[in-house]
Design a protein around this ligand. Structure first.
Ligand code: ACO
Length: 415
């Protein structure tokens, strides 16, 4: 698939050309506690910890995992290798990688005790992320080592979950389609097998490689809401399953991982490239946020969207309906960036083009956010374990703005 690698290489070239003039990276020197920083609402710009896992530079549009540029990882690595990198802080040797992949293969199948839950839980009737949250919680109940909070045991849980999330999400997708879940095939790459378990069809090599890139690009992204949620839960020395369940719960929301599904709803609602202008005008008049645009950190083009945009274009060529969605997206991007790019730093984020990529693979939009979780479990795990090594329970402050010393009035005397 040299054309896919070439697409990623060109995306990197473009990104670097456009951001060359940006200032040097900030937030890369060791913290001297207590730290002084200016904090906005929603903990904007608050510094939580030091990390060697990943680095996001908004103005430059950089996303780096353990020193490696995600453009390079997308072009040259695999999701399995990237997961190793995030967990252990370095690229594996051949032997280390073989051992890691063997472990992932061993863990891919779900324990048989989960089967009655797959059959009886109302998975079809609920949001796919609700199904994932519940099933991961059950997997924790079925794991005798779940309450071992040592770094070694928690790392093992994360590896198990990196292997099992695709199987669980595959099962949810099949059950939602009224089909029986499929067993994993460990002879295939995690990305290829993941598509097969979701759709019931063996993916083309191109689709498998594009999914691999999607999983690489979504694996880690600083102290985002779901990663922070995972870290906060584990900082009480709870357990890794509770931590991952918190991450899933947070990712579900439309302001975070849920935006990829919302984007497709938007594109379908617009329905025609000719209707984009009218739709956007109305949207602005009603002061609605356009899903798939804007980011707390990137006030420039999100590097992940730079890769996903041309990949969406490539895959959309196979189906006129998907091509139409792509054309609507492109037109909408031009309008939003023209209007809010320079003014507010609003550009497409990772979620804007990912939905088109997944739709082109024949994946139901209800599964888009769970796909995100299949990848992000790596970042949740890597950062939670890194924090655990130097753990201090999270405990920020609030400012009380309510009344002080209100007199207690007995219930019978209240008006
Ligand atoms: N559409 C229109 N205007 C926007 C958008 C958008 N998508 N995003 C930001 N803006 C505008 C805001 O209205 C605001 O304008 P104002 O100064 O006139 O009030 C300004 O840009 C700053 O936006 P905030 O909402 O303050 O930025 P914040 O950092 O709090 O929010 C967020 C970031 C939540 C991602 C926001 O951009 C948004 O809601 N986007 C749509 C949902 C989305 O795509 N989420 C996925 C994010 S990526 C991820 O989580 C994986």
């Amino acid at each position: 698939m040299p054309h896919i690698e070439e697409i990623v290489r060109k995306a990197k070239e473009k990104a670097y050309q456009e951001t060359d003039s940006e200032p040097d990276p900030s937030l890369t020197t060791a913290i001297q506690w207590p730290v002084t920083c200016e904090i906005g609402p929603g903990l904007e710009d608050a510094i939580t910890c030091e990390s060697k896992v990943g680095y996001v530079n908004g103005p430059k549009g950089w996303l780096i995992y353990c020193g490696l540029d995600t453009f390079d990882l997308s072009q040259k690595s695999s999701f399995e290798e990237t997961a190793y990198l995030l967990l252990y802080g370095k690229l594996p040797t051949l032997k280390e990688f073989e051992d890691f992949k063997a472990k992932l293969s061993k863990y891919r199948a779900l324990p048989s005790e989960i089967e009655p839950y797959l059959e009886r839980l109302p998975i079809r009737e609920n949001h796919a992320m609700t199904g994932l949250r519940t099933l991961v919680s059950i997997l924790g109940m079925l794991d005798p080592d779940a309450d071992d909070t040592s770094v070694e045991a928690q790392t093992e849980v994360v590896i198990k979950m990196i292997a099992r999330f695709p199987t669980v999400v595959g099962a949810i997708s099949r059950i939602r389609a009224g089909e029986k879940p499929l067993a994993p095939d460990p002879s295939q790459s995690l990305a290829a097998d993941f598509i097969r378990m979701m759709t019931g069809k063996q993916p083309s090599p191109d689709d498998a490689r594009v999914m691999d890139i999607c999983l690489i690009l979504h694996a880690d992204h600083g102290i985002n809401a779901s990663t922070f949620a995972s870290m906060v839960v584990n900082s009480s020395m709870s357990d890794m399953y509770s931590s991952l369940v918190a991450g899933i719960g947070s990712l579900k929301g439309p302001l975070h991982g849920g935006a990829n599904e919302a984007v497709l709803h938007t594109l379908e609602e617009i329905g025609d490239p000719a209707k984009v202008d009218g739709w956007y005008e109305e949207s602005r008049a009603k002061k609605r946020k356009v899903m798939g645009f804007g980011h707390r950190v990137y006030k420039a083009y999100d590097p992940r969207a730079r890769v996903l945009h041309p990949l969406a274009e490539l895959l959309s060529q196979r189906d006129p309906e998907i091509r139409k969605l792509y054309d609507i997206a492109e037109k909408l991007e031009k309008l939003v960036v023209g209007d809010l790019g320079a003014k507010k730093g609003v550009f497409p984020n990772v979620d804007f083009y990912s939905g088109i990529v997944y739709a082109a693979m024949g994946i139901d939009k209800a599964m888009f956010t769970p796909i995100f979780a299949v990848s992000r479990v790596t970042g949740w795990g890597a950062r939670t374990i890194e924090y655990l090594k130097n753990n201090r329970i999270f405990r920020p402050q609030d400012v009380y703005v309510g009344p002080l010393r209100v007199e207690y009035v007995p219930i019978q005397e209240r008006g």
